[in-house]
Design a protein around this ligand. Structure first.
Ligand SMILES: [Zn+2]
Length: 196
């Protein structure tokens, strides 16, 4: 797991970039550090415990990444491709994803809570025990995916499709759903209400 060390700048609540004393925003040479960290991500080898939040990615090819316990939260991802990646216990919370691809990925225990997704593709993926609490997702596909034990509590889902998915124990409690399609999925095994 990455170190939970806060940026040395007073009143900054961001974690430090791995090996640095500040977050990315407060780094003395932000551009150089961004490039260094991006190069590490593009290296395609397995990466563990890397903390690197607050980054902007545009058109980045992150296909076949293998990330373990990494922190990429509070970031902006545009036209970025994570297809065929393995993401275990990775933190992407409070990020914005526009036209990003997550098809054929495996996500285990990863956290996307509070993020915004527009035109994103999670099809044919295993999204197990993953956290989508409070996400705002529009025009997205989760078709042909396994969402076992994933959590969409308080999510806003607009034009989001879950065709032919495994929704066993997938939690949609208190979510707002407009034009959401569950065709051919076992939605009767998903959770939509709390029974006391
Ligand atoms: Zn900072």
């Amino acid at each position: 797991m990455f170190d939970f060390i806060f940026c040395k700048e007073p009143d900054c609540h961001e974690f430090v970039v791995t090996g640095q004393k500040t977050c990315l925003f407060h780094a003395p040479d932000r551009e150089k550090l961004s490039q260094q960290m991006l190069d590490r991500l593009l290296n395609k080898g397995p990466i563990g415990s890397l903390s690197f939040s607050g980054m902007e990615y545009n058109g980045v090819d992150l296909t076949r990444s293998r990330l373990y316990a990494c922190n990429l939260a509070n970031s902006i991802f545009v036209d970025t491709d994570f297809s065929n990646s393995y993401l275990q216990l990775c933190f992407f919370e409070y990020s914005t994803f526009i036209r990003c691809k997550f098809s054929h990925i495996v996500s285990k225990y990863s956290v996307f809570s509070g993020s915004k997704f527009i035109d994103c593709d999670f099809s044919e993926s295993d999204l197990l025990h993953s956290n989508f609490v409070g996400v705002d997702a529009r025009h997205c596909s989760f078709d042909d995916s396994d969402l076992y034990y994933s959590d969409f509590v308080n999510a806003v889902l607009d034009d989001v499709t879950f065709r032919d998915c495994n929704l066993k124990k997938t939690d949609f409690y208190s979510s707002t759903r407009t034009q959401v399609i569950f065709k051919f999925s076992n939605f009767e095994e998903a959770i939509f209400s709390r029974e006391y």
